[in-house]
Ligand binder design. Structure first.
Ligand code: GDP
Ligand code: CA
Length: 318
């Protein structure tokens, strides 16, 4: 079975680990979000691609959900001693090596997709990890600071400001000019099932869908498209997804997110058991829905979610 998964960072990566356990023989292609990418200290950092790669490759800091295991921060301290920032983005010593290799290869002319493949040769994530695009796309968030509207990089909004002010708009800068990376449209066209893990609907999955051609390819693939809600009990399980949902006028509920994707894109949507009351509304909108436990407390729980998603996919296929 060929499965295509659109993934952000933590939510996507943890779900993928469950999917690999649930469907060990499946051929999984991951289309990763690159709207979070940022240049720091002259280095190209791809947080979501790395979170997927480290999580599936066994190198992730498990408690944190991002960054390397057994990490140290000597380089960061030395940079700070030079007064060189930003200090708000935590890059550890082990992690730095990944960004150095990536930046070196990009400088030598390799596209991001080839660089990602090279990095994955070490990590062996057991999936084919593709960036959504080889072109530069950077998510910016419009905020009001001291009565003035300004745009900040998504990481500055998320990590430095901790989404403490309202997001007025979310813009994937460069997306309209971007092309899907090699292999992306081919993987979608060849898929038997397409899954949206519990990733951020705006700045992870929304950004991937903003690359011209990807949304259309998914809608026209003619195979089941099933998603899992990142919103449980009217709040994000982790992080501040409610802030960026508000920016696009979508309520932070499992049903509102399903309706935002819409029946033109989504065939099935899993909500958590606490949101079972939302099922009729979602089904009323033409999206098959089931309520099952959606908390990825461990790999087994994530695997059970993946089994439910594949089961719902077979139901809508029939
Ligand atoms: P990021 O790039 O690291 O922010 O990660 P993603 O975009 O892949 O996923 C973030 C989303 O995952 C957040 O909106 C969380 O609510 C959601 N999430 C995290 N853990 C869980 C979980 O155990 N269950 C569910 N249903 N959602 C989760
Ligand atoms: Ca992310």
């Amino acid at each position: 079975m060929r499965i295509v998964v659109l993934a952000g960072g933590i939510g996507g990566a943890r779900f993928l680990r469950g999917l690999k356990q649930a469907a060990p023989d499946a051929d999984v292609t991951v289309i990763g979000n690159t709207g979070d990418d940022i240049h720091l200290f002259g280095l190209k950092v791809c947080p979501d691609l790395d979170t997927v790669m480290y999580t599936l490759g066994g190198g992730i800091n498990e408690e944190q959900g991002w960054g390397r295991t057994d990490e140290t921060f000597q380089v960061k301290a030395e940079l700070a001693a030079y007064g060189v920032g930003p200090g708000w983005f935590g890059l550890g010593d082990r992690d730095f090596a990944t960004h150095i290799v990536r930046t070196q290869m990009l400088g030598a002319g390799y596209p991001l997709s080839a660089v990602t493949e090279a990095l994955c040769a070490r990590w062996q994530p057991g999936v084919r990890l593709l960036p959504m695009s080889d072109d530069r796309i950077e998510t910016h968030v419009a905020v009001d600071v001291d009565g003035e509207r300004k745009a900040v990089h998504f990481q500055e909004y998320w990590v430095r400001m901790r989404a403490s002010v309202d997001a007025k708009a979310v813009v994937p800068v460069g997306a309209d000019q971007a092309k899907p990376a090699p292999g992306v449209l081919e993987a979608v066209a060849a898929a038997d099932v397409i899954l949206f893990p519990p990733s951020n609907p705006v700045v992870s999955i929304g950004t991937i869908l903003a690359v011209p051609g990807i949304r259309e390819a998914i809608a026209e693939a003619g195979v089941p498209v099933v998603g899992l809600s990142p919103i449980v009990g009217d709040a994000p399980v982790r992080g501040m997804a409610d802030k960026v949902l508000a920016a696009i006028g979508v309520e932070a509920t499992a049903a509102a997110v399903a309706l935002h994707y819409g029946s033109g894109l989504l065939d099935g949507w899993l909500v958590d058991t606490v949101d079972a009351g939302a099922v009729p509304e979602i089904e009323g909108a033409g999206i098959r829905s089931r309520a099952v436990p959606l908390m990825m407390t461990d790999v087994d729980a994530a695997a059970e979610m993946a089994r439910e998603a594949l089961k719902l996919a077979e139901e809508v296929r029939a």
